[in-house]
Design a protein around this ligand. Structure first.
Ligand code: NAP
Ligand code: MN
Length: 278
């Protein structure tokens, strides 16, 4: 037989919960069920499946905990609250989750992530990965930066900063800035402005752009000073940034794909529209 039989193998499971009372309760329930089950082995080291309990923010944190193991780890999220973008289960659906994990055949839903490379004047190079987005901003003064898309010098941007979102991150900060919502099966990045200056003298595109998989975005700050760079929920301050590159990473994030893995449009509707009048 050539097909891998996943049911023969013990699944290594990591449970990661945030500090909320409700999350801790769900975590201890899951823990007590799984610890005596021969199909599962609870371990935060080299897990096959990472179960996060909390919100989308908790899944973002778990992504960064395991970002070096993306090819071997699959994620599944339990939301203590409303349905989230990265979470398939509600807190009262623990039994259903365990049932689905037992029936699991190793299938995954994979989505693109963003690779960020920061070059500093002193020669230092910093690499990071984002699940939602990365931003570059200049706080004290207007940011002036050249934007290069796929080697084409595209524009000299002036404004607060710029954001580069993944498809699954398009519903987060990107959307607040007026960016589009992008279906995660579209392997593309979105470059969105943060308050661009537009007048007779200064010209930026003014709308967000969708960049295909093979194209690299380069941002070259034109003024010395401190820049604020964010990657998902983390923020860094760097002096004298010479260039930042953004492209789609060759790794993806994998989610456990059960029947339960919610349609993206359901999530968007649930989060932003709710029940519509008939
Ligand atoms: P936070 O400030 O606690 O959470 C920001 C909110 O964004 C939470 O309600 C979170 O959902 C939600 N969220 C996270 N990822 C999302 C996604 N892919 N689609 C839709 N909503 C999403 O910070 P955090 O929980 O650590 O999350 C960091 C994220 O906050 C950043 O990646 C950025 O996207 C977002 N953010 C947004 C703004 C803005 O909209 N003006 C400004 C800064 C940062 P949960 O409640 O389920 O965790
Ligand atoms: Mn949060």
């Amino acid at each position: 037989m050539t097909q891998t039989n996943y049911t023969d193998k013990v699944t290594r499971v990591a449970i990661i919960a945030n500090g909320k009372y409700q999350s801790k309760r769900v975590a201890s329930k899951l823990f007590s069920i799984l610890k005596d089950d021969n199909d599962f082995y609870l371990s935060k080291k080299n897990p096959d499946i990472v179960i996060t309990i909390g919100g989308d923010g908790m899944l973002l944190s778990a992504f960064h905990m395991y970002e070096k193991e993306l090819d071997t780890v699959r994620f599944v999220g339990i939301h203590t609250g409303h349905l989230g973008f990265y979470t398939d289960y509600r807190d009262y659906e623990v039994d259903q989750l365990i049932e689905n994990l037992r029936a699991d055949n190793g299938q995954s839903a994979a989505y693109p992530i963003l690779k960020v490379t920061i070059y500093l004047e002193n020669g230092k190079v910093i690499k990071a990965r984002a699940l939602n987005e990365a931003t570059i901003r200049r706080i004290e003064k207007t940011m002036v930066a050249d934007v290069i898309i796929n080697k084409v010098p595209f524009e000299r941007f002036r404004g607060d900063g710029m954001l580069i979102a993944t498809p699954t991150g398009s519903t987060a900060y990107n959307k607040s800035l007026g960016g589009s919502v992008l279906h995660p099966t579209i392997e593309a990045l979105q470059l969105t402005e943060i308050s661009s200056l537009n007048n007779r003298v200064y010209r930026a595109l003014g709308s967000s752009v969708i960049i295909p998989k093979k194209d690299k975005i380069e941002i070259i700050p034109k003024r010395l000073g401190t820049y604020t760079l964010s990657v998902d929920n983390k923020t860094f301050h760097y002096k004298n940034v010479t260039k930042v590159d953004y492209s789609i990473d060759h790794h993806k994030i994998h989610f456990v794909a059960s029947e339960r893995h919610t349609s993206f449009w359901e999530r968007v509707k649930d989060a932003f529209i709710g029940e519509s009048d008939s």
